[in-house]
Design a protein around this ligand. Sequence first.
Ligand SMILES: [Zn+2]
Length: 209
Amino acid sequence: MRARIYPLALGKILHHSISNLNQEVAGLMVGKVVSDVVEVWDAVTGLQQSSPAYVKLEESVMALVAEVLVENIPDLYIVGWYHSHPGLNVFMSPIDIETQKAYQAMFPKAIALVIDPVQFSASWKVSDLKIGVFRIDKNEKVVPVRFTLGLQRHKVLESTLIGLQMIDLIPKKPDTNEDAKGSTTKMLDIDSIVKFFSKTKKLLPNKKG
Ligand SMILES: [Zn+2]
């Protein structure tokens, strides 16, 4: 399996991770699987709890993104997640492994992208970009996934337009007092997520044999 990341998606991940070099940030990657290549068309983020070495995306974010996709862009689905390791380098921590296992349980081809943006943010040299894409194999080992930047012209354009559209489709973080409603944080709507993933599985090419 390989991964192909389109420019706007990579740009959004970079922008998000560089915007907060003191804390980890996380988000979801949206795209599709085309003959064993996981294509990342867009990256979206939402509410999360974070610290310098920990981040957890609220589960409601996945439900929201899934809903937006099903209603507006049914060709695309959640293909994985990204998070940053500012200054910590690129690897999968034990918590990351557990998170990735949960993604792969929902979507067997899910990938995890880890980025350490610190060096790049100082130099803006491509050679300083530290990015890794990973999966967990059958033996529960972390395996790197080879990835390239998507450059096919019409897909760059298509993914860029969809990525721009997503900016308006995903509501901004409510600028509210989270403490006040902390204890009433929405329950994960498991039904809608399960429905979403069973739908995406049907869209996937049958890879038997
Ligand atoms: Zn991590």
